[in-house]
Design a protein. Structure first.
Lengths: 251, 332
């Protein structure tokens, strides 16, 4: 497998985590209740910290240091799925995204924990332990809220319908997909997607939320190739606003 | 952060409330406090004591949650991973402090929803310093270092007070604050010793925040209306001037050490009295801001109100299955 293929894989994982961590941190101080404010902040910190672990791996492969990579690129240089860059919306959308994303990442990291590239496997093993709790958090809230009253149920169902095409974009195959699968790095995006569909349906059944026929959901692709919604560039500019005042300064 | 002495002091203490108290019980209560015992939620306490403590702890809690806003707005802009992660954790701590403090206040019989309602309707106050804007990254660094430092001065004093749940909450809060202080100091050092642009940002922040910082500890003891009874009951553990002097003594040398100037040419330590001398802060401005006419009062409350409204459906859903069950006060 070429180094380029490995870097592409690491970039998409890192960028997903950074952008979603950044988005979820926007809830800090304005969450729906204090306990959830604190929980969302914890998970946002985990995500940003996890992205740093992957940028560090990239740095070891010769890419620039994590701060430069994260804080000086433009939107079209990011490899995250469009799903994670969407605005936080109302809490129901953020919760549904958290649920759908973490279920996918838990599978991704479980697979990467078996990866023959030892450095990647080590990081994946460690982070899988954190994501396990994120999944538990998401499952608990989805079940509790969706079965509480009609208002909460309908909000979650609507957000789910809105999120699904973007969520499928998480599994957009990269141009190195076959190369990575053949090298045994992990079983690939299609395999994650299938497992993910099996896992989420279990929770949705308990929560009384309906999944549509998958054939009717058209995935929103493009993010893995640098094609993004209009929401990413402003996010990137905000994130780097201070850093760009003087990128060579020690902040 | 963020407890400032000035807020809970402003209203007059209504001694009328003391008239109906059983003299025997009152004497026993005061004897316990004099012996250094802690008062616990189910112990007998005068109505006035309960009222003052609710007021004080509630306003401290509000200060934490409102104080999360001027710093929280810099989470998405913090320069670099190290600062971003640290600031996220710091602001999260502040929200956690609010949670702890609302819990401590709830042990006295007022529930969180009522307290937050009083906050967003403007009935209840919070630390005045958060009615000022954070224009730059350096402003957020000033808060993290020096506003937190000021709060620690207040809170360490109050942690020796008489109400058990509040003291225990403050002990935990102060332990976390000491990390905030280190983070804030580290940020300020980097700016103050950095590039010319960074130094300029930091100096401008000090210039902007010095007056609010002097206001932070509340009006001079000479002007203060507080009564001796709060001191006797160990509700108030240090006067405004004592806290301000302690803060100046600990931090002015550290600020000067970084090559920053403080916008008060009269600021100096009198070597004979050992007291700091300074230009009297503009107390008219202080009053004006605390009464709602500061640069950010409306915005802060609007943000909080919007957050409450947007999250209302979640709280409705959480209580949907517990309708009719009795309210349970948190453990002290």
């Amino acid at each position: 497998m070429t180094e380029e293929a490995l870097k592409d894989l690491l970039y998409k994982i890192a960028d997903d985590l950074l952008i979603l961590g950044h988005r979820n941190s926007e809830w800090t101080g304005v969450g729906p209740l204090l306990e959830e404010d604190i929980a969302f902040s914890s998970m946002a910190q985990d995500k940003v910290g996890q992205s740093l672990a992957f940028y560090n791996l990239l740095h070891e492969l010769g890419e620039q240091d994590p701060d430069t990579v994260a804080f000086t690129r433009n939107a079209d240089q990011f490899h995250n799925s469009q799903f994670v860059e969407l605005p936080i919306g109302e809490y129901d959308f953020s919760l549904i995204r958290h649920f759908l994303f973490d279920h996918a990442d838990y599978i991704r990291f479980s697979m990467l924990a078996e990866c023959p590239i030892e450095e990647v496997a080590q990081v994946a093993k460690k982070l899988k332990g954190e994501i396990k709790y994120h999944v538990m958090h998401a499952n608990t809230w989805i079940k509790q809220l969706a079965t509480a009253n009609e208002e909460a149920h309908d909000r979650l169902q609507n957000s789910l319908n809105e999120a699904l095409p973007y969520a499928l974009g998480m599994f957009e195959p990269s141009k190195f997909e076959n190369e990575i699968i053949e090298a045994g790095v992990y079983p690939g995006e299609k395999a994650i997607e299938e497992q993910w569909k099996e896992n989420i349906v279990i929770v949705f059944e308990q929560a009384g939320l309906k999944l549509p026929d998958w054939d009717t959901v058209k995935p929103v692709y493009g993010g893995r190739y640098g094609k993004h919604t209009e929401h990413l560039q402003p996010l990137v500019e905000e994130m780097s606003e201070v850093f760009r005042v003087d990128p060579t300064a020690d902040w | 952060m963020y407890g400032g002495g000035q807020v809970f002091e402003s209203s007059s203490v209504n001694n009328e409330l003391l008239k109906d108290e059983d003299p025997q019980k009152l004497a026993e209560f005061e004897a316990r406090i004099a012996r250094g015992e802690k008062i616990e939620p189910n112990d007998w306490m005068p109505k006035l004591y309960r009222k003052q403590l609710i007021r004080m702890i509630e306003q401290h809690a509000h200060s934490e949650i409102i104080g999360a806003l001027p710093e929280g707005t810099w989470i998405t802009r913090a320069p670099g991973f190290k600062r971003k992660l640290a600031l996220m954790a710091k602001v999260q701590d502040e929200v956690g402090h609010a949670q702890l403090l609302y819990g401590a206040a709830e042990t006295l019989g007022k529930n969180r929803e009522q307290m937050i309602e009083d906050l967003i309707t403007g009935k209840s106050k919070y630390s005045n310093i958060f009615n000022y804007p954070t224009f730059t990254w350096a402003d957020s660094c000033f808060i993290s270092w020096l506003v937190d430092a000021g709060a620690i001065v207040n809170q360490l004093a109050n942690a020796r007070g008489s109400y058990g749940p509040y003291c225990r909450a403050l002990d935990r809060i102060c332990a976390e604050e000491s990390f905030h202080l280190k983070y804030g100091h580290h940020c300020v050092i980097h700016l103050a010793t950095g590039t010319p642009k960074q130094r300029e940002m930091m100096q401008e922040a000090v210039n902007r925040w010095w007056a609010p910082m002097m206001h932070f500890f509340g009006p001079s003891d000479k002007m203060s209306t507080h009564t001796q009874i709060l001191t006797k009951w160990k509700v108030k553990m240090a006067t405004n001037d004592e806290c301000r002097q302690q803060f100046l003594d600990m931090y002015v040398p550290k600020i000067w050490e970084l090559g920053l100037t403080i916008p008060d040419e009269n600021l100096k330590k009198n070597s004979e009295t050992g007291e700091w001398e300074f230009t009297e802060p503009d107390w008219e401005e202080f009053k004006r801001v605390i009464n709602g006419d500061g640069p950010c009062n409306k915005e802060r409350l609007a943000v909080r109100r919007t957050a409450e409204e947007r999250g209302a459906w979640v709280r409705r859903a959480l209580t949907a299955k517990t309708k009719g069950e009795e309210y349970v006060a948190p453990l002290a």
